[in-house]
Design a protein around this ligand. Structure first.
Ligand code: V47
Ligand code: SF4
Length: 372
């Protein structure tokens, strides 16, 4: 045990917490019950230190960011999940659909500022056909072969499979051939059937989400994983969610990063309250400890806010996402974060959090270190 870790643990009286901490520090995998114990404990500081200790072993003092743009081609969505304020019906006055030229001009401005990643995800309109999804990827890659295309969530891939009659493997292979490089992690929400029935009864199930990711990994397409927390789920259901991801990662090794997404309730049918900062930090820390086979944990500045994201970088997270430029999904639900950030803003956020900023590509290769 490092001296600083030892000092903090001297203040902890909870024997079970200490037993689990010893296990973590000696690189042993913890069980779901033990993860739940950490979640429910009131040892916030010690939990953060433990998670950060593990993170330093994986990522040293680096905190990653990417120069990227998020493109949400349309907000029209047939699924109408109750936690989502972004997806609207076609008749809604907020409904929009971007033209291909509009999307390409966003990619062009990204490329002009040296950006590398286009993250494309949106609503799922009933009038879109399968080719539309493939053509967006193909056109972006044809015009800008230097960018990495991280596009379409597992929910969108499942939908494409349904409307085209093709298997996940066929859909993903065609998208890969068109230029798809990676899948984002959206659409996971919470895997529990009980919760899904309440918050998102119509879209792809947990089983389908995991099967899309399994297929992507088999085809050599790396993917990310998310968890939307802070609505109607229990802590046990969060741990079960992470357990399913850990199992799949054991099987395939294809996940790059886990992204806990704090729920924003404004303008949603589900309503509710915002998560507390203690809950946000515990979720980052527990995920870092429990998901021992995930190389990265993302502190998504859009949902956490800049200041909490800085603390999360000292509670086990090692990535902030990126410049983004124009986030719409969580902004529809009331987040007070900026819509995007400059490179220097993210570099300063990371430096002031005490970490070394590392500009990365989609696959976590370091492009530039800002180590003065
Ligand atoms: O799946 C929807 C979430 C996700 C709300 O893979 C909400 O690198 C909070 O997955 N409050 C899409 N969250 C965004 C996403 C993502 C973002 C950044 C990086 C990556 C990555 C993935 O947004 C949805 C849903 O879970 N979301 N509504 C809300 N009210
Ligand atoms: Fe549509 Fe995705 Fe929003 Fe659900 S979360 S309503 S699938 S955009």
């Amino acid at each position: 045990m490092e001296p600083s870790v030892e000092v903090v643990f001297k203040t902890v009286r909870d024997k079970e917490f200490l037993r689990i901490a010893e296990k973590v520090l000696s690189q042993k995998r913890i069980s779901p019950e033990e993860a739940l114990y950490l979640y429910e404990s009131d040892q916030l500081t010690a939990l953060g230190l433990l998670a950060e200790y593990i993170n330093r072993q994986k990522n040293d003092r680096l905190a990653y960011f990417i120069v990227n743009v998020q493109i949400n081609p349309t907000n029209v969505c047939m699924y109408q999940c109750d936690f989502c304020a972004f997806g609207v019906k076609p008749s809604d006055e907020r409904a929009y659909e971007m033209s291909m030229e509009e999307m390409l001009s966003k990619v062009e401005s990204l490329v002009r500022m040296g950006g590398r990643e286009v993250h494309i995800v949106g609503g799922i309109p009933s009038h879109w056909d399968y080719n539309r999804y493939v053509e967006i990827v193909r056109e972006v890659k044809r015009r800008f072969p230097e960018v990495t295309v991280k596009a379409w969530t597992a929910v969108e891939i499942h939908h494409m499979s349904k409307i085209s009659g093709k298997s996940y493997e066929e859909v993903l292979s065609e998208l890969k051939e068109a230029g798809l490089d990676a899948l984002p992690g959206g659409g996971a929400e919470i895997f529990s059937e009980r919760v899904r029935r309440i918050i998102a009864p119509y879209k792809a199930s947990a089983r389908e989400y995991l099967e899309v990711h399994r297929t992507a990994h088999r085809l050599g397409i790396p993917t990310n994983a998310t968890m939307l927390y802070g609505h109607v789920e229990t802590l046990r259901e969060r741990v079960e969610h992470m357990q399913k991801l850990r199992e799949l990662q054991d099987e395939t090794g294809g996940f790059q990063v886990f992204i806990p997404l704090a729920y924003w309730p404004s303008g949603t049918r589900l309503g509710g309250e915002r998560t507390s900062s203690v809950d946000d930090l515990k979720t980052i820390a527990v995920s870092r400890i429990f998901l021992d086979n995930f190389p990265h944990i993302k502190a998504y500045w859009v949902t956490l806010g800049e200041k909490l994201a800085q603390i999360a970088l000292n509670f086990g997270a090692d990535d902030l996402d990126g410049t983004i430029q124009e986030e719409r999904i969580v902004h529809s639900a009331g987040t007070d974060s900026a819509y995007g950030h400059s490179v220097m803003h993210l570099v300063n956020l990371i430096r002031k959090a005490g970490k070394v900023p590392a500009q990365r590509d989609t696959f976590y290769n370091v492009i530039k270190l800002y180590d003065r």
